[in-house]
Write a protein that binds this ligand. Structure first.
Ligand SMILES: *[C@@H]1O[C@H](CO)[C@@H](O)[C@H](O)[C@H]1NC(C)=O
Ligand SMILES: *[C@@H]1O[C@H](CO)[C@@H](O)[C@H](O)[C@H]1NC(C)=O
Ligand SMILES: *[C@@H]1O[C@H](CO)[C@@H](O)[C@H](O)[C@H]1NC(C)=O
Ligand SMILES: *[C@@H]1O[C@H](CO)[C@@H](O)[C@H](O)[C@H]1NC(C)=O
Ligand SMILES: *[C@@H]1O[C@H](CO)[C@@H](O)[C@H](O)[C@H]1NC(C)=O
Length: 369
């Protein structure tokens, strides 16, 4: 009897595996003309790969990773960018579309912040997971295809950073208003011109770096998060203001987005899990509002940093409420508007049920208010 496993079948399988990984090399200069962005999950089998056909002068694609210690006092964000920096609202370009940022904050307010400028970027995504290399910076990341584990390695003598950052997921990946179900075709639109894919809404993160000139290593465990955004318009045109954040409290993991558009409309997205089971993922039913000092809403051009935020999320299981308050972790100078990232404590739970306290990272980005 003829063997079921013919050589030709084996060759076909090898070929299929080979083609189920896509490697993209992103050059350091933007391409010319209109690019195309992926805005539906069904149009690529890969959750976390590059979402632009090519980076042009007014589009962006980034991979964002953060962690906050369990007590809310240590914070780290590492972001891998492919965009002309002015597209994000920075004052000038960096001479390359490929750059990384490393922004760390210690409990006493000490910040360690570095920008790294890369050569060509290689991102491959496929059946065996994702790998990204921002050549020349010493920054790279890998992730498993099932999105359960990510790791960042940094070896940068010139930026004074050496160490690693790992994520073991505890909350399933999702799109703006849908859970991630491989093969399903759902919208990736955070707005008409911005996409969002949240590979790791919450995880056990282990951060272990030595930073030049800082006596104490940046070493902590806590809650880690990874997502990516991309867009086909400069960010300052695409959005007027947004509040975003994520938190880990008791059995709950929460992510919120509350955006104000130039036409005055408000656009929201929310995600909530209980012990890793999705309770809600939606583009309605959520509000994030500033609290304490500077809590004017909608914010105006003179509104300063709020004292905290109050999040209310209406889910099928009831109303979930949470409050965040903490200290500023990063506040870069931008020519128009501003950006503030905080880290600290989150307290909340379902109304009428047990309240929990945990740790959180959140931001306010605003342009012409
Ligand atoms: C970049 O591509 C977008 C989407 O196609 C297009 O709207 C925009 O005009 C392009 N930018 C440039 C500078 O060509
Ligand atoms: C996914 O849905 C969008 C919007 O309906 C559609 O344009 C696109 O062709 C679909 N893709 C696949 C692979 O079905
Ligand atoms: C990234 O690419 C550079 C240049 O090709 C190479 O030297 C380095 O080993 C790569 N890093 C990783 C982690 O693969
Ligand atoms: C703050 O903490 C860092 C890290 O432990 C330390 O290097 C720095 O000296 C501290 N700064 C002050 C003002 O205490
Ligand atoms: C409120 O905003 C003002 C500036 O507009 C600022 O000085 C103050 O620190 C802000 N309050 C808080 C809690 O950040």
């Amino acid at each position: 009897m003829k063997s079921r496993f013919s050589l030709s079948l084996v060759l076909q399988l090898l070929f299929a595996v080979g083609t189920f990984a896509v490697t993209k090399i992103i050059p350091t200069t933007p391409g010319v003309g209109a690019t195309t962005a992926q805005f539906y999950s069904g149009d690529s089998p890969y959750f976390d790969g590059p979402k632009l056909d090519f980076v042009n002068g007014t589009s962006f694609d980034w991979w964002y990773f953060d962690a906050v210690s369990s007590d809310g006092t240590y914070q780290l964000t590492v972001t891998f960018y492919t965009t002309v920096a002015t597209t994000l609202g920075f004052a000038t370009g960096f001479g390359t579309t490929n750059f990384v940022t490393f922004t760390a904050a210690y409990p006493n307010g000490t910040e360690y912040q570095q920008f790294g400028f890369a050569g060509p970027v290689t991102v491959s995504d496929g059946l065996f997971g994702i790998e990204g290399n921002w050549t020349g910076t010493g920054f790279s990341f890998t992730g498993t295809a099932d999105l359960s584990y990510y790791r960042i390695d940094i070896d940068s003598p010139s930026l004074g950073i050496d160490g690693s950052f790992t994520f073991n997921s505890i909350a399933p990946a999702h799109y703006p208003a849908n859970p991630y179900i491989p093969g399903e075709n759902v919208s990736l639109h955070l707005s008409p011109v911005i996409g969002w894919a949240n590979a790791i809404p919450d995880s056990v993160a282990v951060v272990d770096f030595t930073l030049a000139g800082v006596g104490e290593p940046l070493k902590f465990t806590g809650s880690g998060y990874h997502d990516k955004n991309w867009g086909i318009e400069p960010l300052p045109q695409a959005v007027k203001s947004w509040y975003w954040g994520h938190g880990h409290l008791g059995p709950y993991s929460i992510v919120w987005f509350d955006t104000l558009n130039y036409d005055g409309s408000e656009k929201v997205n929310g995600y909530l899990t209980w012990n890793g089971v999705i309770i809600a993922v939606s583009d309605s039913g959520l509000t994030a509002r500033p609290t304490g000092a500077n809590s004017t809403y909608p914010p105006t051009s003179t509104t300063g940093n709020p004292g905290g935020f109050h999040i209310v999320y209406n889910t099928k299981d009831g109303v979930f409420e949470a409050d965040v308050a903490g200290q500023v972790a990063w506040e870069p100078a931008l020519p128009v508007g501003g950006y503030t990232r905080w880290a600290g404590k989150i307290t909340g739970g379902f109304v009428g049920q047990e309240k929990y306290t945990g740790s959180s990272v959140w931001e306010w980005i605003r342009f012409t208010l």
